[in-house]
Structure formats: C-alpha cells, structure tokens
Design a protein around this ligand. Structure first.
Ligand code: FES
Ligand code: FE2
Length: 410
C-alpha cells in the first residue's frame, strides 16, 4: 500500500508532531546531565574484536569524552576484558602503544607489571614496600562485553542492564549479519568538529538532505525519479535505539571512475547501488524486505551508527567533548583486496565516503553557531526526519528517567 505524505510519525503518538526545542543541542547544563545519565550508564562501543584474535593481543582506546584510556586485551582463556590504563603504583599510563601482543603489561615509569587478566604480576624491589596488598592493586576493570564482534564497555561498574538486555530486540534482529563475521580491511577517519554530538548523529540518520546537499556526490545512488525528495522506506524505533531503511535508485548511473571502481571491487561499497537478497538477511536487516533495499542506518544508543548494506557495513561514532564540540570517528570495513585493482576500488570507496561526510560537516558548525545564539530556537521535523525526532525524545526520556531513579533511591 502506498504511503501517505505524513504517516511515519503518526504511528508513534508519544512523539507528537510539533516543533522541538533546540536547547538540548547546545546548553552546557543539559550536556552535564547527558554525561551523567547517558554516557556514564549506557554501553559504549570501543572497537572490533577481530583486532585481537589471539590470547595476548590487545589494543588501547582513548575515550576523549572523559579523558580516559582503556586497554582491551584477550586473556589466556580467550575472554576479552577492558581495564583502565592506569598503574596502581602512582597512576602512570601502563600501555602506550595503540595495539600489540604481550604476556604482561609493564608500566614504563617504575616497571610494575600486570597480566592479561589485569592482576598485578611483578613489582621491582617489592621488599621495600610496606603491606603491599597485591590483590587490590590490579588494573581497574570496566564492565566489558562483546556482541557480533563489537566490543562494548560500560563506565558504571555495575550496569543497570547487561549488554544483550540493553541491545534488546534491536540487537537480536541484527545478529548473524554475514559481514559482521567476515574478514575485513578496516579504515578510519576522525575529526574534531564544533558541533553537538546529537546534531552529528542527526545528519547521518536522515536523507531528506541527500538530493540537495549531496547532489554532486552520493545523491544519485539513493535518490532518483522514484524518490526525488529523499524519503526513507521505514523507521523502526526500538527504545532507546532506532533504525531507518533506505532504498536505492534503480536508475543509478555511476560516474565513469566510480563504475570502473565498482566493477573491480572485491565487494560492494556504500554507493555502488546494489540491492540485497532479502531472504538471506537477519530479520532486523531491511526489516521491511524492500526489494530495492540499499542501506539501513542503525543507531546504537547513544553514540554509534552502524550502516549496513548488501555485503558491507561501516560505523560512525561520536565522542562529545563539550556541548558544542565532538570527536567524530568513522570506521569502514571493506573486503580485503587481493590485487592492485581491488586496492584501487577500496581507495575509491574510502574517498567517496570521506567527501560525502565533509559535505555534511560543512553545514553543522553553522547550525551549532545559530542555535547557541538563539537564532533557531526550534527544529521543525519533516515526517521522514523521524529518527531525529526520536533521538530528541529518547535523550530527554533517558535523562529524566535516570534522574527520577536516582532521586527515588536517595
Ligand atoms: S607508576 Fe607505574 S610503576 Fe610506578
Ligand atoms: Fe549526509
């Protein structure tokens, strides 16, 4: 049945249809509440498990939002664990490399060492210490769990929900998506942008802007005569997460160099315009079973988007620094290149993504500037900007619910 012009939002009456205040995108007081309620309580993805396939493999990850450094290591028992990268002698950073393989982590200051399970192992000249309680001097552990190869941590040592419960039906629907389990070549882009973390998420989760802002780059892979204004196929809110499905343009004609790159590539890329084989997909991927399916935008509350398409995925993660400043990280996962031609195709995919993101970012800093000066007090959302309306609703609800629970527990 054809969709009417205003229908998606009406399916979720709790969201309303009116304008929403832009306060939550720039006010420092609200930002502090978000840090306490959301970023210190929610599960945060800090990387992929395939970076550490064998016992003794580790990587380190900075969490710029809290100026934290975390070690993620695979123990002798194969379990992935996360620790604060802080020596319990006098607080130095223990592991300064980005990644590697070791039996113990040795602090570069005085040489205390910790095993892969975070326990204190060696203390030079231990006899000269008074009452050294070794069992209390391990690296501080974080709550850590993995899902479909993604490594998550929680800054609350006793999270209100385990990771699977937190991801709920939303996560269950994506389990088994084949590219999450295939070997990939990872690439990363990162930038520090003067914008609120939620506005950054917003610009990657609606496509109303695609035929206009991206008209010289990625627009024609999604928007053609069948979808001139950038409408989505569907939006599925699964509190506190959300997802949108997009169809591709069946009349898409890549530019000549793009066409060459897609022909040579080892696998699909974000703008190659392929459509999936719906019967092979987990229920939560292209849940509408749209025959022209090209991408799903899955938002893992609070700060990660996993964009999946036929045979591929990539992620955006936002790490807020202040109410109006964010570190953005994009991780692409492409099938490994077997020859120079496939390597060229990878490079093309990376550059296409980078250029499209730069188009988005160019609009964002001006928006932040305008709202923080009171020049745009409210956002007026289009029906197909429902993921944005849902984010606004979700963030407010999560913060208010958390604060109520805290005051009830006092
Ligand atoms: S601070 Fe690490 S050994 Fe002294
Ligand atoms: Fe965009």
């Amino acid at each position: 049945m054809a969709m009417t012009d205003t229908e998606l939002t009406l399916r979720h009456p709790e969201l309303g249809t009116g304008p929403v205040s832009t306060d939550v995108y720039w006010k420092p007081e609200f930002y502090e509440r978000e840090l306490r309620a959301i970023f210190r309580q929610g599960w945060l993805c800090i990387g992929r498990e395939e970076r550490i396939p064998a016992p003794g493999d580790f990587f380190t990850k900075e969490l710029p939002t809290f100026k934290l450094s975390i070690i993620v290591a695979r123990g002798k028992d194969g379990v992935v664990r996360a620790f604060h990268n802080v020596c319990q002698h006098r607080g130095a950073g223990v592991e300064l490399r980005d990644a590697g393989h070791c039996k113990v982590f040795t602090c570069p200051f005085h040489g205390w060492s910790y095993n892969l399970e975070g326990e204190l192992q060696g203390v030079p000249d231990q006899k000269a210490f008074y009452d050294l309680r070794r069992e209390k001097l391990g690296l501080p552990a974080l709550a850590c769990d993995t899902w479909e190869g993604f490594v998550f941590v929680n800054l609350n040592p006793e999270p209100a929900q385990g990771l699977r419960e937190y991801l709920g039906e939303f996560g269950a629907g994506l389990e088994g998506f084949a590219p999450f389990h295939s070997p990939t070549t990872e690439f990363e882009y990162t930038a520090r942008i003067q914008v609120n973390w939620k506005l950054m998420l917003d610009s990657f989760t609606e496509i109303y802007h695609v035929p206009v802002l991206h008209k010289r780059s990625v627009a024609s892979s999604i928007c053609g005569p069948n979808n001139p204004y950038g409408r989505v196929v569907d939006v599925v809110p699964r509190y506190p997460h959300r997802m949108a499905t997009l169809s591709g343009n069946p009349e898409y004609q890549p530019f000549p160099v793009q066409g060459l790159a897609y022909g040579l590539a080892a696998g699909p890329s974000v703008t190659s315009g392929g459509s999936g084989s719906p019967e092979d997909l987990p229920a939560g991927v292209n849940p509408a079973r749209d025959p022209l399916w090209t991408l799903d935008l899955n938002v893992f509350f609070p700060n990660m988007i996993v964009i999946v398409g036929p045979g591929m995925y990539f992620t955006h993660t936002m790490w807020p620094l202040h109410a109006g400043e964010t570190i953005w990280q994009m991780h692409g996962h492409l099938q490994p290149a077997a020859n120079a031609a496939q390597r060229f195709a990878q490079e093309n995919a990376m550059v296409e993504l980078r250029d499209a993101v730069m188009e988005d970012v160019n609009t964002l800093e001006r928006i932040q500037n305008a709202i923080s000066q009171g020049l745009c007090d409210e956002f007026v959302f289009h029906d197909h900007e429902l993921t944005l309306r849902y984010q606004h609703y979700t963030v407010l609800k999560w913060v208010e619910d958390f604060e109520k629970t805290m005051s009830a527990g006092r």
